[in-house]
Design a protein around this ligand. Structure first.
Ligand code: ATP
Ligand code: MG
Length: 222
């Protein structure tokens, strides 16, 4: 499903990723961990083609992402649910609209968009904030909206960057349960987190990055 072959990504002469090779099978659940600056977000950005590598190849579903056209990139992203480290909610749209917008892109009828948005928000316990604007929510609430938005499209792949970064332990575990449910339904899930206790509580295959290098590919916390 996902394959990195000798991937190097450099920012202003400094490598953020260095010769990283790894693959994730369809339906796998994988943690990506390592200290701040290790390259976790960079790796995820390569997977949804927000960046292209300087060397090596990134393949998703057998396709080399570097050579996709704009239309193909858009098409690929529609099959992905991405939870960004900084949420990226649209500020001028309500919580409900942030979610119906992605469903609109899929061409779902309006009523179905509303229904699914409500259910997704109910899942993260925020259905009562449907008409609030993101800035009226706490950091943790915004994070839960971002997760609802990623899950609602029932994507083939979920990429989540520090999805529990702003949540208390109870909410973190609840959120992990949502991601695991998606995984049980067959979704491929990649979660970047520096939270080792989270990994300890939900053991799964764990890739460890350190200063841009893949230093471990094993089970459970490093
Ligand atoms: N757009 C950019 N321009 C310049 N340098 C960047 C850029 N993005 C990332 N970097 C650098 O690349 C390295 C890896 O950053 P990245 O964001 O991937 O780390 P991370 O593991 O996600 O860290 P964190 O746990 O803090 O989120 C860091 O040294 C960072 O400063
Ligand atoms: Mg990061």
């Amino acid at each position: 499903m996902i394959r990195l072959e000798g991937v190097t990504k450099t920012y202003r002469g400094r490598p953020a990723l260095l010769g990283v090779s790894a693959s994730v099978e369809k339906g796998e659940f994988v943690f990506l961990t390592g200290p701040s600056g290790a390259g976790k977000s960079t790796l995820l950005r390569l997977l949804y083609r927000a960046e292209v590598p300087d060397a090596g190849r990134v393949l998703v579903g057998g396709r080399d992402l570097t050579h996709l056209s704009r239309r193909e990139v858009a098409e690929m992203r529609r099959r992905m649910g991405v939870v960004f480290q900084d949420f990226k909610l649209l500020r001028r749209r309500t919580v409900g609209e942030n979610i119906t917008l992605v469903l609109d892109l899929l061409g779902l009828p309006e009523r179905e968009q509303q229904r699914r948005a409500y259910l997704a928000l109910r899942q993260v316990g925020l259905h009562h904030r449907l008409s609030a604007y993101p800035e009226e929510l706490s950091g943790g609430e915004q994070q839960r909206v971002a997760v609802a938005r990623a899950l609602v499209v029932q994507p083939e792949v979920i990429l989540a960057d520090e999805p529990t970064g702003n949540l208390d332990p109870e909410r973190s575990h609840e959120l992990m349960d949502f991601l695991r449910e998606a995984h049980y339904r067959g979704t491929t899930v990649v979660v970047a987190t520096h939270d080792v206790t989270l990994i300890a509580a939900h053991p799964a295959r764990t890739l460890v990055l350190d200063r841009g290098r893949l230093v471990r590919d094993g089970w459970g916390p490093p």
